[in-house]
Write a protein that binds this ligand. Sequence first.
Ligand code: ADP
Length: 548
Amino acid sequence: MRSTMMDFPLQIARILEHGSTVHGRAEVVTWTGDQSRRMSYTEVGAQAARLAHALRDDLGVTGDDRVATFMWNNAEHLVAYFAVPSMGAVLHTLNIRLFPDQVAYVANHAEDKVVLVDSTLLPLLANVLPQMSTVRHVVVVGGADPQPLVAAAPNVAVHAWDDLLRDKPERYDWPEVDERDAAALCYTSGTTGHPKGVAYSHRSIWLHSMQICAAEAFGLGPTSRVLTIVPMFHAMAWGLPYAAFMSGASLIMPDRFLQAQPIAAMIAAERPTLGGAVPTIWTDLLSYLDKNEVDTSSLKEVIVGGSACPPALMHAFSERHGIEIIHAWGMTEMSPLGSVSRPPAGVTGDEAWAYRYTQGRIPAPVAARIVAPDGSVAPADGRTVGELEVRGPWVTARYLGEDEPDPEKFHDGWLRTGDVGTLSPDGYLTLTDRAKDVIKSGGEWISSVELENALMAHPAVLEACVVGVPDERWGERPLAAVVLREGSSAKPEELRDFLAGKLARWQLPERWVFIDAVPKTSVGKFDKKAVRARHAAGALDVTTVNYP
Ligand code: ADP
């Protein structure tokens, strides 16, 4: 029997209309250095309509034209998040931290027609604009002199956001779109070769946003104030902007102020209830909070994802500052939400902590399985290790521009995540490593993440990055690159003894190097490729300690 339900398209415009009326008093707050500027969701709705008029009438955006952003997290970026997909065009969030060649590559691959740029990023864009072959218009948000852009690319028309939007109507007759059409576009950073594009649909963003709002995930509602530190160009800021508009949660945006001190000031002034960022941001903030008196009493939970969250960080936030870290796992290819770690009801104490360390529970719409190296599906017994594969309505089926799913990344309609771990019978995912970071030592696997987490529990260690390096006898052995806390000291022997009780002897590193900072990727993760490359180039002063 066919259902009797209406075929009602899930469109971004619907989220915009709902948020800007029903939740019109909610606000997006943008940090300006020592204070904030505020825009209500009603105003975001009006600005989105104005921007859509400007894009269509003045810049000639039609159909599925791509409109890119080269922006920090701020109110105008949020306006673009809604205006562009609502008018039927496709939003492409460019990663401002990629190398210029990569930015140009993705803009050309996506065939971006327009770029919206923050005035503080104008010099960076001027650098790559000449290589962006499809861009016809740039819109500058904020009052910078556009001359560098004009000089760099004389064939590109440069406009000022305020001038374009000034006289435009505050309403727009949003067209009906097919919910399966692309709404937004993000590129993965791609480990080898070029970045790859993922095109989210109106439908996938809707369903994903509803899951983000769910209590088992981030539990957003009208009393939530979400400090969105994760960049809006990193997997759509984990879906927080759309979910906030849907649920009436307010957004607090850091703009370009991403250091611990301004983030602490933002927390004290704007009283977020929830935050979202990669572990390195929270590691820096923790050091700051440990040394400075800051009122963080509003902040109950912070979401940590993008890389494995060290348990020591979770305990420190909880025990010293009353802030609970919620560990989450995801990928650009998954919109990005994969799993969120909240312990089952009734579980307390150490058992609850053990659940919180995991990457979390997979939600109902996502199917997940572990595939053993021989290709067979492994049992979800919490023990059998293999590669995680997923399917679901917000999981990509292929990369943009590829007619067929790439067999390296897709398998029988499943996305191969490249992550290695286990699934428990109650649906919790534990990742031991990324397949390419696992250290293969004499036929056994050593988890680089496990070593890092154990090292980062040592009081003298701020950050530790472990990579596999070639070894004549074992094939590969771990190299521990350690950043010590300011004013702390530790010798390799001491760190090794500290690890000895926690890991098997054969897993302990012999090679150690102390570095000033772990190199980070464009989205703030440990850049293990860079550490391996430095080692290969002989640029690391490695101490080898042989143990009896
Ligand atoms: P990039 O490839 O640039 O890092 P993504 O942010 O899409 O881009 O990365 C997704 C990957 O990040 C996942 O496949 C996984 O390896 C890693 N990851 C994300 N969250 C976690 C987590 N909580 N624990 C461990 N790894 C994580």
